[in-house]
Design a protein around this ligand. Structure first.
Ligand SMILES: [Cu+2]
Length: 137
């Protein structure tokens, strides 16, 4: 009876020691792993950073909106509608963005300036009058 008990405790003690050393080696391995690089999130909302929504309605031969103002860092969500005739919008100075009737495009405004847009579909005698400006400050 006494012998059994002491063997039992010896086994328990050995098991505990094994467990401790196993834990110890695991911990040292974990400590060697390089820290996870946490890149800073894209800097949004600092200056500008808002979403500006504008709808430009085209008719023969004008755009109802000829000036859209925004700030550097804003995202311009531009929708084009054509209530009369067949028109489109081309913004050459902002990467040649094209917007068709009923379409919405999102443009990230990352530089200041005045960017002209104009109709890019030959729509008739007043075609050349169909211009406007996106002013980014
Ligand atoms: Cu046109």
């Amino acid at each position: 009876m006494k012998l059994r008990t002491s063997i039992f405790f010896t086994i328990v003690a050995l098991a505990a020691m094994l467990a401790l050393t196993a834990c110890g080696s695991n911990n040292s391995k974990n400590n060697n792993s390089s820290p996870a690089a946490s890149a800073p999130a894209a800097s949004e909302g600092a200056e500008g950073g808002q979403t500006i929504e504008a709808t430009i309605d085209a008719s023969n031969w004008k755009f109802d909106v000829t000036e859209v103002k925004a700030k550097v860092g804003d995202t311009l969500k531009l929708t084009m509608k054509s209530s009369e005739g067949n028109h489109g919008i081309l913004i050459e100075d902002l990467g040649g963005v094209k917007i068709k009737n009923g379409e919405t495009v999102e443009i990230k405004l990352d530089k200041a300036g005045t960017f002209e847009y104009h109709c890019n579909i030959m729509c008739g005698q007043g075609h050349d009058n169909m211009t406007g400006n996106i002013i980014v400050e």
